[in-house]
Design a protein around this ligand. Structure first.
Ligand code: FE2
Length: 199
């Protein structure tokens, strides 16, 4: 008998530590309240349980606030991942970046980051604040609608969870379906999400 394992679904994760984590935390914490207050006043943010705006100016936070350390870190991490996925890719850029605020009880349904007008290659999240039990990110088999998908652990394992943890970055191909489990803590979970393109 022979079973070939083709078509893997790679997920990248890294826990940032030390001085650089401190620097990035400082950079993000300096502007986070301002962004939260601005998003709160947007109609499109009020239409969902977690607070996140779809408006273009809130999708450019790395540039809007000139978050140089965070930008450099995400680009470096994405380059490490993309080098494995597509060794010939020599220029990558982050074209969208935005904050997500999950208050207690908030969650996010299954979605992908691929739109025909915005064909991003890799997407991800960096956790600025992730209290215990504030909601794992859950990935699903990209053949989501296939009748062969199973919840049983086996060669076609259907779901994979990553715990949201402060200073953790998680990267995935933009077409991979994912959701955010409910925030069961008493505090707000804050993440910075982004889409990376091969230019
Ligand atoms: Fe997402």
């Amino acid at each position: 008998m022979k079973i070939d394992l083709w078509f893997a679904t790679p997920i990248y994760s890294h826990d940032l530590q030390g001085d650089r984590a401190f620097l990035i935390q400082q950079e993000l914490k300096a502007i986070i309240q301002q962004e939260y207050n601005q998003i709160l006043t947007q109609d499109d943010a009020n239409a969902r349980s977690y607070i996140q705006s779809r408006q273009p100016e809130h999708r450019q936070v790395l540039h809007k606030y000139d978050l140089v350390h965070t930008h450099e870190f995400i680009l470096e991490q994405a380059a490490l991942f993309i080098k494995k996925l597509n060794p010939k890719a020599n220029h990558i850029e982050i074209r969208e970046s935005w904050f997500n605020f999950y208050r207690p009880g908030d969650s996010q349904e299954v979605h992908t980051h691929v739109h025909h007008t915005h064909p991003s290659f890799v997407s991800g999240s960096f956790y600025l604040d992730a209290p215990e039990n504030s909601g794992d990110i859950k990935f699903y088999h990209p053949n989501f609608s296939a009748p062969i998908a199973t919840e049983e652990v086996g060669l076609e394992t259907f779901e994979a969870c990553y715990t949201a943890k402060q200073n953790r970055i998680v990267l995935f191909r933009s077409h991979v379906p994912h959701s955010v489990m409910p925030n069961r803590s008493s505090k707000t979970r804050i993440s910075l999400s982004f889409n990376v393109y091969i230019a």
